[in-house]
Ligand binder design. Structure first.
Ligand SMILES: CCCCCCCCC/C=C\C=C\C(=O)SCCNC(=O)CCNC(=O)[C@H](O)C(C)(C)COP(=O)(O)OP(=O)(O)OC[C@H]1O[C@@H](n2cnc3c(N)ncnc32)[C@H](O)[C@@H]1OP(=O)(O)O
Ligand SMILES: NC(=O)C1=CN([C@@H]2O[C@H](COP(=O)(O)OP(=O)(O)OC[C@H]3O[C@@H](n4cnc5c(N)ncnc54)[C@H](OP(=O)(O)O)[C@@H]3O)[C@@H](O)[C@H]2O)C=CC1
Length: 330
């Protein structure tokens, strides 16, 4: 396993081999704080079986990572799913694997969400396959870490096109057709905790995800009258090949990241799939305009000015308290 701390790392010794380690395919981090024992991840589907019977769900980026896990859970709960992204072979493999496990059909449709014409054709295909969906999960994304001064205009455009424009094209195309057909739907966008705070080194992603949040909050207000709900999940770190290979390619930052998560571990794809299923289900029919942070406490841990005091020992606290109590006046 990777033992390298960023501060002490010798960059030359960081092996790219780590990217192919089996830990990329495991569900939780190999490293975790001892408190993680208090917070074991449950992997089973949480909702009653049949919760999505007779419902159609579109999941963009459903062939891999978190989108795949959401597809598997919705399919297990009875939904007919459509997964859409650029790589048809990946989609078809995932669709076959999930269908054969759940007995419910998963359709694979090729679509580059950056291209509004491709999105429109994709929705034509969906209408022909299943009819308009009841559940839409905008999960497709692109990202990589990069100092902002190294970004080319096309790098900026590529990320913001996938994340913000892609989400808008899918949402508007489906929204218009649903409105025309007087059909209600649940829309869910997957953003990130730094959509709220901003973050250096992922600036196109942070900007685009913030835009997605504004889009979804705005439409929650505007399109309730058409029977449409809009919600947002902000995940904290969950190991997927797509994210970790582009955001921490050497594995050097993983320990520091887990150390700052109060629950002492990464999230798992199954956990976010359960949350996404709940938000998209009729159990959440009164939920709209919600922004749900799902991050093991990482955001508040990063935000609190005094949180570093977690490392102060009980003996050191005795000393500190004595010093503070001794202080008289200002
Ligand atoms: C601190 C530790 C953190 C550890 C992990 C933390 C986890 C928490 C995660 C939080 C949020 C996560 C958000 C996510 O979205 S993760 C999902 C990531 N998944 C993906 O990105 C999958 C899809 N990605 C891709 O297909 C590619 O990576 C893509 C570059 C986004 C798009 O591919 P494509 O359209 O083929 O684009 P090009 O390769 O042609 O590139 C376009 C443009 O961008 C420039 N570019 C590409 N890579 C880089 C790079 N690494 N650095 C700088 N620039 C890059 C490329 O050169 C092109 O520009 P130009 O034409 O000017 O050369
Ligand atoms: N894993 C994590 O820790 C976190 C993830 N997230 C978010 O979760 C979501 C899923 O990420 P994750 O599963 O980790 O990563 P993945 O890389 O596995 O998922 C991204 C998906 O987006 C699809 N995609 C990328 N570009 C396009 C495009 N132009 N058109 C259509 N589909 C596209 C990819 O498929 P294809 O290549 O076939 O197009 C892929 O299936 C993203 O929104 C991400 O921002 C947020 C916070 C943390």
């Amino acid at each position: 396993t990777c033992q390298v701390h960023f501060e002490s790392s010798n960059w030359k010794s960081l092996s790219i081999k780590r990217l192919t380690d089996s830990r990329l395919h495991g569900s939780t981090g190999l490293r975790s704080g001892s408190q993680a024992n208090f917070f074991p991840p449950l992997e089973d589907a949480m909702l009653p079986s049949g919760s999505f019977n007779n419902r159609m769900a579109l999941i963009t980026g459903g062939g891999t990572g978190l989108g795949r896990a959401m597809t598997a859970t919705l399919s297990q709960l009875g939904a007919q799913c459509i997964i859409a992204s650029r790589k048809l072979d990946v989609l078809q493999r995932t669709a076959e694997e999930i269908s054969s496990q759940t007995g419910n059909k998963v359709h694979a449709v090729q679509c580059d969400v950056r291209d509004p014409q491709a999105v429109s054709q994709c929705v034509d295909q969906i209408e022909a396959l299943t009819g308009l969906p009841d559940v839409i999960i905008n999960n497709a994304a692109g990202n990589f870490v990069c100092p902002s001064e190294r970004l080319s205009p096309n790098a900026w455009k590529t990320i913001t096109d996938i994340v913000l424009n892609g989400t808008a094209f899918v949402t508007l195309e489906l929204g218009k057709r649903l409105i025309q057909n007087q059909k209600g739907a649940s829309f869910l966008a997957i953003t990130t905790i730094y959509a709220e705070s901003g973050s250096g080194f992922v600036v196109p992603s942070a900007s685009a995800k913030a835009g997605v949040e504004a889009l979804y909050k705005s439409l929650a207000a505007e399109w309730g009258r058409y029977g449409h709900r809009f919600n947002i999940i902000q995940p904290g770190p969950i190991r997927t090949k797509g994210a970790f290979s582009r955001l921490d390619p050497t594995g050097a930052f993983e320990k520091a990241m887990i150390d700052r998560i109060p629950t002492g571990r990464l999230g798992t794809p199954a956990e976010i799939a359960n949350l996404a299923a709940y938000v998209s289900s009729n159990y959440a029919s009164w939920m709209s305009g919600a922004v749900i942070r799902f991050d093991g406490g990482e955001y508040v841990s990063l935000a609190g000015e005094f949180n570093e005091l977690r490392s102060v020992t009980p003996d050191q606290w005795k000393l500190l308290e004595a010093m503070i109590r001794k202080t008289k006046g200002s």
